[in-house]
Structures are given as structure tokens and as C-alpha cells.
Write a protein of this length. Sequence first.
Length: 216
Amino acid sequence: MPARIVLVRHGETEWSATGRHTGRTDIPLTEEGRAMASALGARLAKAPWNGLPDAIVLTSPLSRAEETCELAGFGGRAVERPELMEWDYGRYEGRTGHDIRQSDHPGWLIWRDGVPGGERLLDVAARVDTLIGELHSAHGVPHPDTTTMHEADRDVVLFAHGHLLRIFAARWLGQPPEFAQRLKLGTAALSVLSWEYGLPAIEVWNDVSHLEELAK
């Protein structure tokens, strides 16, 4: 089993800055988003993280996650995992919640009502469960330098997306995927999942203290 799972949401994009649902559209980081990713990397390079030299690093294949991973200093070690792609929002792709509630579905809530033409919440959770099951396995996950499976008890770093990582945390805790609604997560935020008395736990959530200098 992994010692810790470090979750990193990608930096800001033009769509995330305006609240537009960004699923499979491959939107790049803004200049601010790249600065966020670099600030995160500077933080992880210092104690107590020290660059997480022995960690397994996995990333969504979408460029906003991969670029965040690269700018944070983990690109050369990262393995793409399709399970980490963001929720497919179907016909609601690129639209804000306010617009959807005004024009299509009064009172719409993605966690309850879903998205037309996209993935069901349960389908996203199934992707997440597949990866969590692999991380829990006795043989660990593939290491980027080899095709063999390595022993567990290593840290794992995941670079991915807001809704996906919230669902990941909910399922890590053994909660239904709708529980993710209660886990707010900002761009370039750092979170840590670990253990407490042998049970899955949240150690750190939505920590953006490394972005304070950028706000000045």
C-alpha cells in the first residue's frame, strides 16, 4: 500500500479562471497557471518533501496536468494514466454552472443531476476505484523506468483535475462519490491522503499556501 498519496490539481487555465466546466477539452495553462505550478514545485523541492525522490508519479494525459507536472519538476518521472482524466462533461463542456441553471436546468447540481451526453458520476468513480485498487495491491504500480511491478510502501504523486481528485479522495475514504461535493479544491492546490489507525484518512486538504506570494 502507498505510504501517502499526494494530490496536485493543475494550475489555472482560462476556463478554470472563469468557472467553465473543463473536461476533455485540452486547455493550456495561463501565465498565472504556470507560475502556480512553479511555486508548487519550489515548495515540494524543500523540506519536508525534498523532491519526493522515491515517489511514483502519475499524471492525467491532458496538457494542463502534464504541464503542471513538468513545471513542478516531476515531468521526467511521470507516467500517464487515462484513469486520471477529468470528468467528461458532455454537452455541458465549456459552460458555467450559472449558465446551465439559467438556460437548461434550474437548480442543476452536477453531483446529483449529472451531465447530458457525458460520463455518469458512477463511471468516473469506477475509473478512480480501478486506480485505487492498483495502489492498494501488494505489488505496487508500474515504475516509469521498468515494465515490472515494484513493491509498495512508497509515496505516490497524482497530477490531475478538480472534480476527478475530489472523487478520488471520497473513494479513498470509502465514501460514495457524491461526498466529493463537500471537498472544495482550488487550482494548484496540494492535498495528502494517508492513514490514521490503519484506516484511509485525509492528512492535508486544499493547501494553497505556496501561492501566497503570487497574490501579492
